[in-house]
Structures are given as C-alpha cells and as structure tokens.
Design a binder for this molecule. Structure first.
Ligand code: GLC
Ligand code: CA
Length: 540
C-alpha cells in the first residue's frame, strides 16, 4: 500500500478532494450516500489524480447539522456505515494511492452526546464543566450579546439546572469549554483513536473558535461587514478567535508528529486577517494547513484574486504551505458563485486553483463544473439556514447529489428511491466555452466520453501540476495584474489569464504552450486571449 502513496510531507502541493458523504453515492437504497459508496467510486478519484479525500462528518450524530453535531467521537454514523467500512476505505484508498482525512468537530458536541446529557443533568455532574454555563445577566436574560449562527442569542436557557449554556451554532450544538484540561485529554485520545486506525489526518471544524473569552465579554459591533468579519453585525472577538487556541494546535501537532509519516491537520480557520491566518501555522509547530477564506470570498477578478494571493504570500511564515479552495459545503460551488455557471470561467478558475503553489482542495463535482442547485423550500434539509428568507442563503444548494450519469437521480441512488436532496438537472449541456459549442454535459459519464470536457481538462491540470511541480509547491511571482489580466510564474510555468469577456492581447512569454482552458490555443506570433481564457506556458 505505502509505495502507491506520495512521499511526505505529502500534503504540500497535494490535491485534496472533499466528499460530502451523504451526497456522493448511495449503496443501500436509503437515499443517503454512505461509506461503501465512497469505496465504490474510488476509481473516479484515482483517474482524476487526487492525493487524498476529506470526508465530511462520519461520526454518529442526530443530524441537526448533518454530522457537525457529534454524539460519539469514536464510531461511525449508522446511516453512513461501520468502523469496518472505514478500515476498508483506508485500505482501498491507499491501494489506489490516496489517503483519507476525516472531519473533526472539537468546538462543540451534539446535545445528545453523553457528556452533555450528564452535564445538563445537575450542576454538580461530572461533565458539567465540559461546557460553557453562565447565569443570566444582572438585569435578566442571556449573559451577553453573543449570537449563534442563525442570528439568535447564542445562549440557551436550561430549566432543569437554572443556567444558560453556550451554543455558537445551533442549540443542539453546545460549545465545549476548552479552559478545562479534561476536554484536552478527551480530544488527545480521539486523535489517537483515528490516527491509530490509519486516518491520515483531520480537517478541523471551527478551528479558530475553541476558546471563548473567560470573562464572557460582549462582542463589539463589526467594522468589516463581510462574511469573515461579521456575524449578524458583530465581530466574534470574544465568542471565538481567542489566542489560547494555539496551544491546542501545538499539542495536537506533537501527537501528529509521533506518527510516520506525520498526520496532517487542516484547519477551518475562518478569518479575514492574513496575520491571524498565518498564526495558525505557528512556527511550523501548529496546523500544517489552514483554509484561506479571503480567497474563497474574493471576487472572481484579476485584482481581487491576485491581491489575496500576494497578501497570503506576504504573511505566511517561510515554509508554510497555503491552501487554495473555492467551494465547500457551506459556501456553495464556485461554478455558480464565481462563474455564474459559465463554463469558460469555470475552466479558468480550475486553471488558477491548480497552478497556485500550495495545496488545492476541490469539492466533489468541481471537476465537472457542477453548479449550485435551487432546492425548493419544502425540500431543504439545512436547519442552520432554514430561517433565512433568501433562498440563496441555503447551504443545501451546494450539497446536492453528485451527478454521475444521466440515469435516474444521476446515478446517485436507485430509481425508486427518493434522494435526501434533489438532484441537479443532467439534461442538456453547460454554457459553451469559446469556440467549442456546445459545452460539457452535466454528468461524469457524459464528460468522460468527451476529451474536451471540463472533467478531462481538470484531470490534465492535476497531471501537469504533478509533473511540473513534482508535488512540491514552487515559488510564486506575479508578472502582471491589470483589471482584466492576471499573469504569474510558478516554477517553470507561466500563467496568462484573461479575466474579462473581451479578447485580450498580451505579451507572450517565451516558451511553449502546455495547456489552454478553451479549446483554442492562442494563434502564433501575437498572443490574443479569448474571453475568460487561461493559458499555461512552460518557460525556461
Ligand atoms: C463549520 C462547518 C459547518 C457547520 C459549522 C458548525 O463551519 O463547516 O458546516 O455547520 O462548522 O459545526
Ligand atoms: Ca445509503
């Protein structure tokens, strides 16, 4: 098994692939994807060339937040499979040259977790201090102004024991109290449990949030009103983002380093501040990877994206490996958010994601340019966004079943079964890339038959990246960033990217064209880029 896997630190320069397990492949006809479905579709990922898969939560959960409310950290959700399935998946993925990462949720448990059931049973219960309890404010009501992820008070009154408990997400997700050493010890054991089983690492949920202000001070009004700076108008300075969290990651890194190869920790580091993002890497003694949300939320324009990339490299400590991603189960799909479902832009985005030095994380379906799906109100499953009037706020849009083929339910489950979320429309084709009407089919099987499809393009990008960078991130040098043109050099590769709907002349780099995002290579001599075209050159 080991000889099929890339050498360590394998995650630097790797392509990771996020699978939202419930929406990937159903194998037992209950309408939910499952671990056997992940095993059954490994061939697709091997063909695509990814290095590792990150599975959205797999642990037992009452599913108030689809697994992000964990009721047992050392087992598998009944609907998704068994521990034996995890073992088999790790083995099968390893044989196919891929590692397996799980999602770890240390900020909160489910209210159905035995720790919380005990904690809420009496003030002097053994696990009371595992959670954040507080008395009402002097004038009555919640202890402070913190808001949960739905916009309501983050404090839930508990009648039985006469105190409030904190939930930064849903009331069914009580926050753990990281000021308590026993909580640290519990999670050390959880890490070891999965590492010993062969899990290659974790994506760490709400990695910035574990510690809360010990004085429970009010959050200030937000100055930055973007998604990273504001939670319903307040800045989460005290309800999350406390500096004490770094000691946790130094501790976990030591555990990770006890293994050969070391285990990998990838944080959901929700911050718009590049300095704070950099801190999660520590002095190469905390997380090895930290998600870059300013990149996710940047406009799809040359100045915005190149600006984030420049800021990232300016702040990250030497040797730290940045992470480039554009879609996930919370923010939806870049094909829609960035690209308005325009296949030319989708390919340009993939080209950029695949060529920036660092680690790239694709979300299932990105490789076929899968778009968000309008989920009718009556079919939505996400409680967190259920009360938001804007249907576009529903996270269900980016969580619909993988579109494998054009059979019933796009091959996700059997014809007679009702999938847990509606399946996108696989009839027809995506909007056409310049010069190549019509665009790609909307399913894997259809794109597989068309060597000019987005799927094949994505595979070529991944292969080229491996061949050119040898898996290790090369240096980044910005060559040009005009309103409509972004050009950069990475190792021997020069990227020319036209971020506009107009044809764009550009100074040609000396060298040979390796790949173009449209069917057409720019004509010889003078380089005129087609609208939204990206071209890769090998320069010397
Ligand atoms: C993270 C997850 C999100 C979840 C929340 C609470 O942001 O990505 O899906 O709802 O944490 O666990
Ligand atoms: Ca199933």
């Amino acid at each position: 098994m080991a000889e099929n896997l890339a050498p360590e630190p394998w995650w630097q320069g790797a392509v990771l692939y996020q699978i939202y397990v419930r929406s990937w492949q159903d194998t037992n006809d209950d309408g939910y994807g499952d671990l056997r479905g992940v095993i059954s579709r490994l061939d697709h990922l091997r063909w695509l060339g990814v290095d590792a898969i990150w599975l959205s939560p797999t642990m037992p959960s009452p599913d108030a937040d689809w697994g992000y409310d964990v009721s047992d950290y050392t087992d598998v959700h009944l609907e998704l499979g068994t521990l034996d399935d995890v073992d088999e998946l790790i083995e099968a993925a390893g044989t196919a040259g891929m590692r397996v990462l799980l999602d770890l949720v240390p900020n909160h448990t489910s209210s159905a977790h035995p720790w919380f059931i005990d904690a809420a049973s009496a003030r002097d219960s053994a696990h009371r201090h595992y959670y954040v309890w507080a008395d009402p404010a002097p004038a009555g009501g919640p202890p402070n102004n913190w808001l949960d992820a739905t916009g309501r008070s983050a404090w839930q009154w508990d009648d039985r024991t006469g105190q409030y408990y904190l939930h930064n997400y849903l009331p069914e997700q009580p926050d753990l109290n990281w000021w308590v050493p026993a909580v640290h010890e519990e999670f050390r054991q959880i890490l070891e449990f999965w590492f010993d089983r062969g899990v290659a690492g974790f994506r760490i949920d709400v990695a910035h949030g574990l510690y809360k202000d010990s004085l429970l001070r009010d959050n200030p009004v937000a100055e930055d009103h973007g998604p990273l700076g504001s939670r319903f108008g307040f800045s989460a300075v005290y309800s999350a983002n406390r500096p004490e969290v770094h000691a946790v990651y130094r501790d976990w890194r030591q555990i990770a380093e006890r293994y050969a190869p070391p285990k990998m920790l990838l944080g959901e580091t929700w911050t718009g501040d590049f300095g704070k993002l950099a801190q999660f890497y520590g002095a190469n003694d905390e997380l090895q990877l930290a998600f870059n949300f300013p990149f996710v939320f940047a406009d799809f324009s040359a100045p915005a994206l190149s600006g984030v990339v420049a800021q990232t490299f300016a702040h990250l400590p030497a040797g730290a490996c940045p992470v480039w991603t554009a879609s996930n189960h919370d923010v939806g799909r870049f094909a829609t958010r960035w690209c308005g479902n325009d296949e030319r832009k989708i390919r340009l985005a993939l080209l950029v994601l695949a060529t920036l030095p660092g680690t790239t994380v694709l979300y299932y379906g990105d490789e076929i340019g899968m778009t968000d799906v309008d989920v009718p109100a009556g079919e939505r499953r996400d409680l967190m966004t259920a009360s938001r009037p804007d249907p576009a706020a529903s996270r269900d849009r980016g969580r619909t079943p993988m579109q494998w083929d054009t059979t019933a339910h796009a091959g996700f489950t059997s014809a007679q079964v009702q999938p847990w979320l509606p399946v996108g429309d696989t009839a027809g084709r995506n909007a056409s890339p310049e010069g190549r009407p019509p665009g790609s089919p909307r399913d894997v099987a259809g794109q597989m038959q068309d060597p000019d499809s987005t799927l094949w393009f994505c595979r070529r990008l991944i292969a080229l990246r491996r061949a050119e960078f040898g898996g290790r991130p090369a240096g980044y040098q910005q060559l040009a960033s005009a309103a409509d043109l972004w050009s950069y050099r990475v190792g021997e590769i020069t990227v020319l990217a036209n971020f506009s709907g107009q044809r764009r002349p550009a100074a040609p780099p000396a060298g040979q064209i390796l790949l173009s995002s449209s069917g057409k290579d720019p004509a010889g001599g003078e380089v005129v880029l087609e609208p939204w075209q990206g071209v890769l050159y090998r320069t010397s």
